[in-house]
Design a binder for this molecule. Structure first.
Ligand code: IMP
Length: 201
């Protein structure tokens, strides 16, 4: 893909359209080399909009545009989840919602396992969409992926979410058994960030 026609980020302040402190710190670290100060949408009292779209891209764009319009600053949002091939891409954009409220990812992984039953196709993809929106409505979107298989039983204690049942292609450990640096170097989020940085920073 050519990156020449992408709009460049040339400001020094970027709003992160999330209230998740861990996510904001991680993005701040990733963009520190570019002299960008990241500010949380929560700190600017921007409400989180409801994720009403049916695609990762749609939800990332919705969240980034909402924060850019509310603050008058460029805003970055991500939306991610697990798409299981034999389940027609479920849980997909509902990955967090499959864990109920309060979140219980053991239950969500049990649900994936039960839904797959004896299906031979265990392939799955983690997907991360990143949207960078400007107050004038312009948006650049990037989608990162990592492929793998669903394993059972769950393995490993590290990571979060569906990591204990996801084994990336070419590895014999799940994301939850890997050191965080190893996962972060190959993850769907890393893939999307590499594309964003290459194109816009
Ligand atoms: P979001 O924060 O609305 O994008 O929700 C993403 C959801 O997808 C999380 O709550 C996790 O369930 C799942 N997810 C996304 N990325 C990962 C990952 O790297 N490992 C495990 N689960 C993930």
């Amino acid at each position: 893909m050519t990156t020449d026609n992408r709009r460049k980020f040339d400001g020094d302040k970027l709003v992160i359209a999330s209230h998740n402190k861990g996510k904001i710190a991680e993005i701040g670290d990733l963009l520190a080399d570019f002299g960008v100060e990241v500010i949380s949408a929560g700190d600017l009292n921007v409400e989180e909009p409801e994720e009403t779209e049916t695609t990762f891209r749609g939800n990332a764009v919705l969240k980034a545009k909402h924060s850019a319009e509310a603050t008058g600053l460029p805003a970055l949002a991500d939306d991610s989840g697990l798409a299981v091939t034999a389940l027609d891409g479920a849980p997909g954009v509902y990955s967090a919602r499959w864990a109920g409220q309060p979140r219980d990812f053991n239950m969500a992984m049990e649900k994936v396992h039960a839904a797959l039953a004896d299906n031979m196709d265990r392939s799955a993809t983690f997907i991360c969409a990143l949207a960078l929106a400007w107050p004038d409505g312009h948006v650049e979107v990037f989608e990162g992926t990592v492929g793998g298989t669903i394993v059972w039983p769950m393995r490993g204690e590290k990571g979060f979410g569906y990591d204990p049942v996801f084994q990336p292609t070419g590895f014999d450990t799940t994301f939850a058994e890997m050191e965080p640096q190893q996962k972060h170097a190959m993850s769907h989020r890393a893939d999307a960030f590499r594309q964003l940085v290459k194109a816009c920073f």
